[in-house]
Design a binder for this molecule. Sequence first.
Ligand code: SF4
Length: 274
Amino acid sequence: SPNSGFGESFCLDFFPGQVEKGLRRQKLFTFSGRILVALSGGKDPLALRFELSRLGYDVTGLHLDLGIPGSSEVARACVERFCARHDLDLLVKEMAAEGLAIPLVKERIRRPICSACGKIKRHYFNKVALDEGYTVLATGHNLDDEIARLFSNTIRWDIAYLSDQGPALEAEEGHGGFARKVKPLWRLSEFETANYAFLRGIDYHYAPCPYSKGASFTFHKKIWADIEEHMPGKKLDIYQAFLERGRPVFAAAAQSQNIELKPCAVCSMPTSQD
Ligand code: SF4
């Protein structure tokens, strides 16, 4: 119908517009930067990877093959197919080759595997970005991810995390160094990104990890979906207001109380807990 045609072209314009606004407003990177995008196989990073190339940015994808039977092969094949189809650069790093295939790690540790797996992933994304000299590491986190994280940080009044949350995490020297990390989809909801991925024919696969206990933050996302339904646009408003007016207050508090995110003893990524 003429209406759905209008909806389609609106969405095809809206998504790139919000990505560019997100890049500009938070000064995430420019056309001269070399961007490394973390590709898990999910729709958000694939849509991001696709869009950044389409806009003319210098982008390379990085996929970590975690070596989890029944899940990792599917994710990897999906990323490889996507990059081949759109003629996009891709690096693949196999955790098995590092002696860190996730099933093996799971056997060796007593803690829940997801926290170790998350640390391993962050470590290697960071390492490749630094070793290969990328300007930034970009992830597919969207507005719903950000608002759920903000909510979770807020109900714990975690000053360290509240002082540090945002679409850009600056590079740091020391402890092996941290690459600058950015989230260009911070203005776009999960729904808007899914719509865009669908309209662009981006074929993604989600083979749930056998170790997954269900998506985290699901309950929080439901609360925010209700808020958004009653007050459209509120999620983005609140998140932007946090960046402009909330975060600086927490950053000042963290500084005056000498609270900082310390590098994890295991992988040297920032954490306030270890
Ligand atoms: Fe790793 Fe699977 Fe846990 Fe995700 S669900 S963090 S892939 S072990």
